[in-house]
Design a protein around this ligand. Structure first.
Ligand code: NAD
Length: 252
């Protein structure tokens, strides 16, 4: 199951897992975009399912999980991708935005893990990867909600790894750096207005923050996700892996 997978990093993760031979179930809120990803997945020769679901809604997640098990069998791999929460500095974001961010960034993860963990435990094998952000380690002024919740999610990842490890389930986080997707373009538009530069220049500025001096590609984040979902990664758990082209300087 790959959540929020009609575009960007989620879509790339679904396609990379399919290239590895996995049957893949994807969800997103927009049926049309989802259909085209399902067609791409089937084009790779694997069974695929798309279910319209909002990751911030408990009933949607339950329905997505039930339909996935019905169509494709027990869930072995879960990627809890999600849309980024609303941007804004800490003092300016509304209570509603904080609460919506909590539902779509943190509670979704708790709920999805609760749904898949019993089945994984029964078979003694499972891989769970949370897609979060480099702002978990280096808070961003513009991304107060994301920075706060994703730091918390790092702790949750460790807790879930401890809780589920005895059942053969690993739980890890992937923390993408600046990666060229619709979300990155949206944030570049905000910074372009703030700084009086073009959107392309704003994108370039984020690329320049990385040691490799460029933005990441969604497939590069997906590669790290696929490794953590693999048999080979069985002794890696509770890790929050930066995949940021060397943008983050802190050693923590
Ligand atoms: P994106 O906007 O390109 O794609 C997000 C996907 O999530 C889309 O398919 C969208 O339809 C889906 N989605 C959004 N809200 C949803 C919801 N409530 N329910 C179901 N589906 C939903 O974003 P992206 O750049 O691929 O980012 C994915 C995640 O990675 C986000 O959480 C983002 O904060 C994080 N991230 C991205 C970057 C980056 O530079 N792109 C950097 C750090 C972290």
């Amino acid at each position: 199951m790959v959540a929020a997978a009609s575009k960007g990093i989620g879509r790339a993760a679904a396609l990379t897992l399919a290239e590895e031979g996995a049957r893949v179930s994807v969800c997103a809120r927009n049926g049309e975009a989802l259909d085209s990803v399902v067609a791409e997945l089937r084009g790779l020769g694997v069974e695929a399912l798309g279910v319209v679901a909002d990751v911030s809604c408990a009933e949607d997640l339950e329905r997505w999980h039930a339909e996935t098990v019905d169509a494709l069998g027990p869930v072995q791999v879960l990627v809890t991708n999600t849309g980024g929460p609303a941007a804004g500095v800490a003092g300016s974001v509304s209570d509603e935005a904080w609460l919506a961010g909590f539902d779509s960034t943190l509670l979704n993860v708790v709920r999805l893990v609760r749904l898949v963990a019993p089945g994984m435990a029964e078979r003694g094998w499972g891989r769970i990867v949370h897609v979060t952000s480099l702002v978990a380690k280096e808070p961003s002024d513009l991304l107060a909600i994301s920075s706060t919740l994703r730091s918390g999610l790092m702790g949750l990842t460790r807790l879930q790894a401890r809780e589920l490890g005895p059942n053969g389930i690993t739980v890890n986080g992937v923390l993408p750096g600046h990666t060229l997707t619709d979300r990155q373009r949206h944030l570049a538009e905000i910074r372009s207005a703030q700084l009086g530069v073009s959107v392309d220049e704003a994108l370039q500025m984020n690329g320049d923050l990385a040691a490799v001096r460029r933005l990441g590609r969604p497939e590069e984040i997906a590669g790290a996700i696929a490794f953590l979902c693999s048999e080979q990664a069985g002794f890696v758990t509770g890790v929050n892996l930066l995949v940021d082209g060397g943008a983050t300087r802190g050693l923590g």
